[in-house]
Design a protein around this ligand. Sequence first.
Ligand code: DC
Length: 227
Amino acid sequence: MSKKIIIAIDGFSSCGKSTLAKDLAKKLGYRYIDTGAMYRAVTYYFEENDVNIKEHEAVEKALKDISIDFDYDENTGKQITILNGYSVEKEIRSPEISNKVSPVAAIKEVRSFLVAQQQKMGDNKGIVMDGRDIGTVVFPQAELKLFMTADEDIRIERRYDELKANGENIDLEDVRENIKRRDYIDTHREESPLKQADDAIVLNNSNLTPQEQLLLVYEMVQKKVKE
Ligand code: DC
């Protein structure tokens, strides 16, 4: 059997990171972790429990009561996010949570709480993890790092289609606003801002189908495991 590696996938909102990470993990028989879901689950908990994110003590206290796990849909390989024993997979994808997650992801205590858990998940390698700081902070030693991007209009359309498909009644301009604001916060925050790792491979998938992209990256993995 070939050696197992860590694959770190970072990039902007809605540029297909999760689709690639999920499909790649399935093809390789690796574990797939969508770390954005972890930041979303924390945001959901803070909302439900009226945690004031400006109060450090309240945030630290709340984090002690949060436990995040994942289940997987056998057929699709899709990750199901479990917060304190209950699935919150649908709730964390709502526009409300999308609008509130970036300020939560900018909190130092939240990041160190989640990064420690993510690093543990990589102990046995054989993992594909997507997020914003995976190649820079969580796994700087990852054997393969990708920095994904796509043209802004394409990303906006993709998110809009995804929300519509989930039954959300949403305006295209609101989606545009949300994506731009999140990109800005994610790249400008003090704590581990989104940035390309020096040794990451840039993948602009504006003109690639998910299948084309999968095959391209699968070949990269094959090369890495033979090294
Ligand atoms: O990938 P996503 O849209 O579900 O991410 C939700 C938010 O969490 C987004 O604002 C960026 C942030 N995030 C982060 O700061 N670090 C990660 N590793 C993953 C997500």
